[in-house]
Ligand binder design. Sequence first.
Ligand SMILES: [Zn+2]
Length: 147
Amino acid sequence: MEEGVCMFCQIVAKRVPAYIVYENEYSLSFLDIRPASIGHTLLVPRKHFEKLVDVPSTIIKELAISLQTVSACIVEAVNADGLNVLQNNGRAAGQVIPHVHFHLIPRFNEDGLHLGAFREVPRDDKLMKQVYERIRSCVLLRKSNTI
Ligand SMILES: [Zn+2]
């Protein structure tokens, strides 16, 4: 998707108003217009990337630091008992806006919110071992390519 038509790029460019709570050279953070709880905030990179795997590692590091700062301030601002960080990639995972973003959702004891309730699949040890080996070899390959 081109930057000109992406809603989050529009917010980054300040062409669409938003409650921007934090911004720096790499990222912008603003209140979600459809909050799952009071204080639900999004964090996006300034540059348009569709999925997490598309974001360069230098920007990921910066996003992680901003994520920590904004999370702490949300919890303090709404006196939350907890906070979820959600990040969806692809339609199958619930990503609606194709500009990578993190949901920071403050939680309260007994708030009744059910985010991503996991449904356990039948355990298959052989398949688990195969998947383990595939992920592990991919991780090792990527690590050797980045050092
Ligand atoms: Zn965008």
